[in-house]
Design a protein around this ligand. Sequence first.
Ligand SMILES: Nc1ncnc2c1ncn2[C@@H]1O[C@H](COP(=O)(O)OP(=O)(O)OP(=O)(O)O)[C@@H](O)[C@H]1O
Ligand SMILES: [Mg+2]
Length: 324
Amino acid sequence: MMLSEILLNMKMVLFGGKGGVGKTTCASSSAIWAAEHGRNTLIISTDPAHSLGDSLGVSLPPGIPTPIPEITNLTALEINPQVDIVDFEGFTNINPIEDMGFSNLPFMENLADLSSLNPPGIDETLALLKVLEFIETEHDYDLIIFDTAPTGHTLRFLSLPQTLSGWIGKLLKMKMKLGNMFGAIKSIFGGESKKEDKSFEILERLNEAIQRAKEDLTDPLKTSFVVVMIAEEMALLETERLIIELENYHIPNSNIIINQLYEDNMELCEFCKSRRRMQQKNLINIKEHFIKKWNKLLIEIPLFPDEIREYIPLHRLSNYLLKE
Ligand SMILES: Nc1ncnc2c1ncn2[C@@H]1O[C@H](COP(=O)(O)OP(=O)(O)OP(=O)(O)O)[C@@H](O)[C@H]1O
Ligand SMILES: [Mg+2]
């Protein structure tokens, strides 16, 4: 599916790849194009080192969706990496014993290790929750574009629903077991359930949100992951690993942007000619690999003479990204 069809039809489009290859730039440019083609678009940066605001030339207060001046239909959001833990009260430091009102029983100290259960990767988890909150609650956006962090971080992020739902599943099972066990003990010792069991309700809701997000993320009619790379051998290797991981998580991906290519030009200096030769050699391998082996569509983008920032250059880039 062409990038234009993706931007006009999908619900979520993620831009990802190695560090510094042009993910933010391509995501911003695509978001402008989609907004100008009538889609109410939200672009979200999930990279803790945000540069989305810098790219669009707008200051974005952390965690607050901000309409982009002069561009109708475009809103941008940088996820606040310092998510306030109190936003998720009941989710962190879940204590199954205390929550069921048994902490006053004498032998409970032996089970103290249960009281410090925290989900794996708490910071990323909280950031993911913020994202889930956005995509899984009612909103007016037709399209959500994600400007993601470099590969490693993004892959951890994408694997979180899997990790988390396993973790939540275990907790919920443990709760059932403890519940049965303590039901019997309670009738002997008369322990009192003084607190409502709220954290498990939150966990169950969270589990549902994660399942829905997982379904959306793997639905080829709703989601596409656009890979951005440069024409270097190292980028080829990392991009292939990224694609293998995307396939493992069943995240649809069909387009690869090869960015920053030196164009053929009589006036190129020796240095640039050498860079171009290197790129053209790698481009042959890249085509061989990603078109023949992986059946992907490649979009070739030239290296611009100037920095691509703010409306006019970003708009100009979209002519290349979306050309037939
Ligand atoms: N085709 C291009 N021609 C010229 N400059 C480009 C091109 N693509 C991107 N750039 C420039 O390269 C720099 C890095 O781009 P960008 O921030 O989009 O990369 P990124 O992959 O998002 O980086 P990070 O991994 O740090 O998030 C920016 O200054 C951008 O303007
Ligand atoms: Mg970036």
